[in-house]
Design a protein. Sequence first.
Length: 316
Amino acid sequence: MEWRTTTIAEAAILQECAVNNGFFANNYSAVNSILYEKKFRSQIAIEGEWIYEKYFVGENVCFSFPHNIKGETEDVKKALEDLMQEVSSSLKTVTFENITSDEKNILLELYPSTKVFAIPESGDYIYRKEKLVFLAGKKLSRKRNHIHQFEKKYPDFSYEPLSLQNLSYVREIEEKWLKENEEAALETGTFSDLVAEKEIISYALDNFEAFLKSSGMTGGILFVSGKPVAFCIASILSRNVTDVHFEKCLSGFDRDGGYTVINNEFSKTVRTEYLNREEDLGIQGLRKAKLSYYPETVLEKFRVEISYMQKRFLKR
């Protein structure tokens, strides 16, 4: 296999694969595969109609589940065999990361003694668009109150869809947001992660037009008195799913309901049935916030480890 760095040149074929397979999992998003190359040094290999991806967590190599570009599944066993043959000489254990339940079951069928680990911090929060737009029912009354509070305090607020003409406002918000969170991040040792995230957001904005054409990159900006205070960046994951990659609100406005408002305003513009608001990373506050919208499901993710001996005795 010829492995190469995942770049925006692969956006179109990764998007075709995501759409044809009807992905819900955000780690198979074409945009995420490209953006997070900067963090995980991800690489891609295309063999016939199959796409293979690998990336690094520290010095440990991890693989994504292989997928057929056309969405066909009958040759998945051979695709896995080809991958195992490729890596067997260099790895004693092959690790598949962020595997869905169905993919985990396929690997267990082929490699019955494989090790499986649940990774709940990587589970994707999936919501119906209509729930985020209307916020109907008693359970979401607090969200409606947040919006009313924001509207009352900032009656002149406005919302703009993300476009080539207003990207500078996103950069402005991100710069201010980073400064607001710098002290707390330094105390917890996470500041380098926030700096890396800023670089990833900058790359997304620098290539917004290319991502727009290949993956329907979208998003929005929230203004108060003409000043930008919140933004979100998203893209089309597959026919039925929009993936929200980033969402940030400046301090003060978040306490007045800014996150609820940017979420609600953006959801009104979405054309897919579902939104994937991605994982909670094991952060309790983030988990609580995502659960407070009562997702349709939290898409489970798994780590699957296959030893060298198991690779030799693939179940026939």
